[in-house]
Design a protein around this ligand. Sequence first.
Ligand code: PMP
Length: 393
Amino acid sequence: MFDQLKPQPADALLSLIKLYNADPRDSKIDLGVGVYRDETGGTPVFAAVKSAERRLIETQDSKAYLGPEGDVGFVAAVCDLALDGAVADDRVAGLQTPGGTGALRLAIELVVRNLPEATFWVGTPTWPVHMSILTGLGARVRTYEHFDVQRQAFNADAMLAAAREAGRGDIFLLHGCCHNPTGADLAPEHWREVAQILSANGAVPLIDLAYHGLGEGLGADAAGARHMIGALPEALIAYSCDKNFGVYRERTGAVFAIAADCAAAEVAGSNLATIARNNWSMPPDHGAAVARLILTDAELRVQWQDELQGMQARLSRIRQRLAACGKAGDVDLSHIAAQRGMFATLPLSPAAIAALRERHGVYMAGSGRINIAGLAERDCDRFAAALADVEGL
Ligand code: PMP
């Protein structure tokens, strides 16, 4: 049987980690994998998470099954954190999921199973897993240019034109904040314009909120999503706690279906639960229990917010430092200060990306995406000099 299978390409970023680990140079810089790093290159466990974990070990008295909806206290706390009362609670059906990936999978499968005619509108470039989940489920997809990498420019006109073309029941995918892989977010007026257009044509937003708090702060990063769900009868939200609680491997997230009324929300929730049951039965508990403890305890919540704010401030500092380098060879870094979150995508050729790796020990994805958090402040000038050195390749 297995001889019938075709080998699948290895994940490019995981292959890059192997190359990076094998590089003996002390000066090497890893801008590949998308995890937050502190100034020393570490990805430590939040102190608030450690405290909550200790509390959990002492107080958890059972590991019996919870059910496909997961930890309902966690779901309610994340709903508050993300939506902050932008819609009445009884219009929201929420489920805990294995990370933001699980939330996207549920949201997309809900649509494809029940409304196979719906088209998903996706701005490019986007996080590659968006595309692989969509195509894996056989969804209809139309793309438009979210960002022109060569010009380093967000293409609001293309987004608005795509929104206008979307039909009733189509799904309009949006990154809530900290766009992966470009850092190019919608300004408040773009959120308002897209919301207005979708409200007129009956298309439904699917908002992927995977970096809440890492762009400008918890309020500003969710403002677009909150505006949109306040303005529309229906929406889907895929939320990840893996970055903003630093619990990546615990696979912590939630999906929310916002429906026109309480009865429709109940039906949407029952459909999501059925799909979850058939995929993973129920989500892993630990990360969600920890996030619930943090979000529902005043002291832990303040500690967590301080830590998150420290990460956001570091990302902004690195962005400012890079932008201050101005033009580095063919690449104008000055746009980076106006972008948000962990990523930027630079207009680099495959030859330049290879030369950065070989000559300078700078490792980045083949797409030109860099993880801003992979740079220490002291690395910024050296990185800009390395970019200048590969000019013209
Ligand atoms: N959406 C985007 C845009 C992401 O970048 C990621 C993680 N890389 C996710 C969703 C999924 O996050 P998780 O690790 O929680 O599955």
